[in-house]
Design a protein around this ligand. Structure first.
Ligand SMILES: NC(=O)c1ccc[n+]([C@@H]2O[C@H](COP(=O)([O-])OP(=O)(O)OC[C@H]3O[C@@H](n4cnc5c(N)ncnc54)[C@H](OP(=O)(O)O)[C@@H]3O)[C@@H](O)[C@H]2O)c1
Length: 249
């Protein structure tokens, strides 16, 4: 007889769950037994492909802008309608405009703060009424918040992720009353569209060289940590930022 999977009976919602790290999270949580709500904002074919890879009885794709509070409310309602509850909520969707101070517009700043900061906060607020004791919230920061090798064009992005690290600290205290654990994962450079886009082979090699392990991480290595935090092993961990970066910072 095969033993039950570690996340059997759990329901997970992953914003930006269709590509990159989010896709790896969706697949990993599903392979550990969870039903998964795969959120995306524009590319329905990638979302449908992720659902197909999991199996349509265990996953659903829901389109919603993870930076828009009204759409986040609808996302949570549709997720609960589909699977009845939420146990694991992961705010993975993120954007990374690369602009130095002089070139950064107010619109770009507002957008990055909406998707990377406002979205995760209100996703948590909307999800909590549907979560029980033992629930898990996982937010996403970046190792760049702790690295000295950061270039000035990460200004808005790192500002938004710094807010996530403080949000993690404060929400973990607030939601302790409900027995819900709140942590953040802060990956180092990880091979996804967000990171690779616009970087030459030479630049990628240079960034890999900053890492003591001499390489860039994989989305699956990040998903391993999320699966741990979401599972039994994470039941006494809250308010932490887990840097998943091969020792880069
Ligand atoms: N990759 C890295 O090196 C790295 C390092 C540190 C931290 N992180 C963080 O890890 C998280 C995931 O990054 P990634 O590299 O996997 O990104 P990615 O490859 O760009 O994937 C982004 C995912 O988010 C979705 N998405 C984008 N905007 C959205 C929105 N407004 N609403 C809902 N979904 C949205 C995309 O779907 P659509 O295309 O359909 O919109 C896609 O599924 C981010 O929070 C990022 O800041 C990444």
């Amino acid at each position: 007889m095969s033993s039950p999977k570690s996340l059997s009976g759990k329901v997970a919602l992953v914003t930006g769950g269709s590509k990159g790290i989010g896709r790896a999270l969706s697949l990993r949580l599903a392979s550990d037994g969870a039903k998964v709500v795969v959120n995306y904002s524009s590319d329905s074919s990638s979302a449908e492909e992720t659902v197909k890879a999991i199996g349509s009885s265990h996953a659903i794709a829901i389109k919603a802008d993870a930076g828009n509070v009204k759409e986040i409310g609808k996302l949570v309602d549709e997720a609960v309608k589909a699977f009845g509850k939420l146990d694991i909520v992961i705010a993975c969707a993120g954007i990374m405009p690369l602009k130095e101070l002089e070139g950064l517009s107010e619109e770009e700043f507002d957008r990055v703060m909406s998707v990377n900061v406002k979205g995760p906060l209100f996703l948590t607020q909307k999800a909590i009424p549907h979560m029980k004791e033992g629930g898990r919230i996982i937010l996403f920061s970046t190792t760049l918040c702790a690295a000295s090798t950061v270039t000035p064009n990460y200004l808005a992005y790192c500002t938004s992720k710094g807010a996530i690290e403080q949000m993690t600290r404060l929400l973990s205290k607030d939601l302790a009353r409900k027995g819900i654990m709140v942590n953040a994962i802060a990956p180092g450079p990880t091979a996804t569209d967000l990171f690779m886009k616009g970087k030459s082979e030479q630049v990628l090699k240079m960034i890999a060289g900053f890492n003591p392990q001499g390489r860039i991480g994989t989305p699956e290595e990040v998903a391993d940590v999320a699966a741990f935090l979401a599972g039994e092993g994470g039941k006494w961990i809250t308010g932490q930022v887990v840097r998943v970066n091969g020792g880069m910072a």
